[in-house]
Design a protein around this ligand. Structure first.
Ligand code: HEM
Ligand SMILES: *[C@@H]1O[C@H](CO)[C@@H](O)[C@H](O)[C@H]1NC(C)=O
Ligand SMILES: *[C@@H]1O[C@H](CO)[C@@H](O)[C@H](O)[C@H]1NC(C)=O
Ligand SMILES: *[C@@H]1O[C@H](CO)[C@@H](O)[C@H](O)[C@H]1NC(C)=O
Ligand SMILES: *[C@@H]1O[C@H](CO)[C@@H](O)[C@H](O)[C@H]1NC(C)=O
Ligand SMILES: *[C@@H]1O[C@H](CO)[C@@H](O)[C@H](O)[C@H]1NC(C)=O
Ligand SMILES: *[C@@H]1O[C@H](CO)[C@@H](O)[C@H](O)[C@H]1NC(C)=O
Ligand SMILES: *[C@@H]1O[C@H](CO)[C@@H](O)[C@H](O)[C@H]1NC(C)=O
Ligand SMILES: *[C@@H]1O[C@H](CO)[C@@H](O)[C@H](O)[C@H]1NC(C)=O
Length: 334
């Protein structure tokens, strides 16, 4: 009797547990690597070809495209909301503080979209184009490959206020960064791993110049910048100079995706405050991860592939939610 009554109830327990797991991860379960296998089998090649073309005249474009996926995913999930331009109904995320005069590559996203529409009209979302563009960009710059999960759909709205608050600031403390990552389901390992994207690309003087002259209202430079790097940066970014002058995020191998970012941190040559804090915050759990990636590029690459999948899984629209935009800048029919 006892045995017979236990069997169905534990089966029921497993079913309830499985349903709970599903509810906790409702959308990531719906993305798949073969989503366009029959509807647009060549989509990855098309994306890669257009980016390769853009690279001929713009060595920075791969970095810029990787960053677009990040700034899309951190605001209401990976839903292409970042790509919408201003209109009667839309306050563009492009005008939010972390994006204005900073995010770039939107013309290349348009070129990718046009090339895909020629082969498979009305099929591939702009949100998926950003995920595929991020992966192709990393590979074309010497970094790891991974299987991109697909099937995201595009939002009907933008969230400019969300972009102002959800995208981490370069002036934030490690606690700020950690909590903003946690808010989208990413942990400390994801934070250290994905910050390794600062192995290529550029940052404007205004994003780090407080560190050079008056750090944290102390009247002095940030003590965690090495003296020689401080001199170099002060020459590039004079105190009352233009805030829009560009510095390389990785001064050693500027356009290559490698693990030098982590050695830079160990050498007190992190460009942004948010970079150097990962290594210089005393007692932080991030330090040993920096050391591990600095000493082992494979470990970094493996972790980067996994963390990009984690980031790409942030609350996508799937099924019949949202739409497949025909122009990444506009909601269909508007
Ligand atoms: C951890 C928190 C992060 C902060 C505070 C941060 C902040 C910044 C800032 C301030 C810039 C320079 C923007 C400018 O001067 O116009 C930048 C550039 C960049 N960021 Fe981040 N970022 C973070 C995480 C990430 C992540 C997770 C990725 C991607 C996985 C990423 C990829 C990039 C890339 C590739 C660039 C260079 C873009 C270009 O040259 O166009 N960042 N970031
Ligand atoms: C796939 O796309 C690439 C790059 O755009 C193109 O060269 C190739 O011909 C395409 N292949 C097929 C089967 O359409
Ligand atoms: C942004 O760029 C525009 C045009 O280049 C310029 O007029 C404006 O001053 C810039 N704004 C900031 C905050 O740098
Ligand atoms: C977002 O920040 C920008 C730049 O600081 C500001 O102009 C805009 O009004 C803010 N938007 C919202 C909705 O908070
Ligand atoms: C960091 O978090 C604190 C507490 O939430 C907040 O007051 C502060 O503005 C944040 N700083 C940055 C640069 O995001
Ligand atoms: C900035 O200064 C405040 C107040 O003196 C201090 O609590 C904080 O830890 C400092 N932050 C950094 C990153 O040094
Ligand atoms: C920068 O500008 C401020 C305010 O205009 C001025 O007090 C300061 O002397 C200037 N600094 C330099 C290095 O030119
Ligand atoms: C480097 O990391 C890879 C991947 O995690 C691991 O298999 C390998 O054993 C590590 N190598 C060393 C020397 O620790
Ligand atoms: C734009 O807003 C107007 C008025 O709120 C509404 O009637 C219209 O359907 C909206 N258009 C789109 C494309 O969302």
């Amino acid at each position: 009797m006892m045995v017979r009554s236990h069997a169905p109830s534990s089966l029921m327990g497993i079913a309830v547990f499985a349903a709970l797991l599903f509810l906790l991860h409702p959308s990531s379960a719906q993305l798949s690597s073969n989503f366009y296998a029959t509807s647009c089998p060549n989509v990855s090649n098309i994306v890669q070809t257009v980016i390769q073309q853009a690279l001929q005249s713009d060595p920075r474009i791969t970095a810029s495209l990787l960053r677009l996926h990040f700034h899309d995913c951190f605001v209401d999930g990976c839903d292409g909301s970042l790509l919408l331009d201003n209109s009667a109904n839309i306050s563009s995320e492009k005008d939010a503080a972390p994006n204005t005069n900073s995010t770039r590559g939107f013309d290349v996203v348009d070129n990718i979209k046009s090339a895909i529409e020629s082969s498979c009209p009305g099929t591939v979302s702009c949100a998926d184009i950003l995920a595929l563009g991020a992966q192709a960009s990393v590979v074309l710059s010497g970094g790891p490959s991974w299987t991109v999960l697909l099937g995201r759909r595009d939002s009907l709205t933008a969230n400019q206020a969300g972009a102002n608050t959800s995208i981490p600031s370069p002036f934030g403390s490690l606690a700020n960064l950690t909590s903003q990552f946690a808010a989208v389901g990413l942990d400390t390992n994801d934070l250290v791993t994905l910050s390794g994207a600062h192995t290529f690309g550029r940052a404007q003087c205004r994003t780090f110049s407080p560190r050079l002259y008056n750090f944290n209202a102390s009247g002095s430079p940030d003590p965690t910048i090495s003296p020689s790097y401080l001199t170099t940066l002060q020459q590039l970014c004079p105190q009352n100079g233009s805030g829009s002058v560009l510095a390389n995020l990785d001064p050693t191998t500027v356009d290559t995706f490698d693990n030098n970012y982590y050695a830079n941190l160990q050498n007190n040559q992190g460009l942004l405050q948010s970079d150097q804090e990962l290594f210089s915050t005393s007692g932080a759990a991030t330090i040993s991860i920096v050391n591990s990636f600095s000493g082992n590029q494979s470990a970094f690459f493996q972790s980067f592939a996994q963390s990009m999948i984690n980031m790409g899984n942030i609350s996508p629209l799937t099924g019949s939610s949202g739409e497949i935009r025909s122009n990444c800048r506009k909601v269909n029919g508007s």
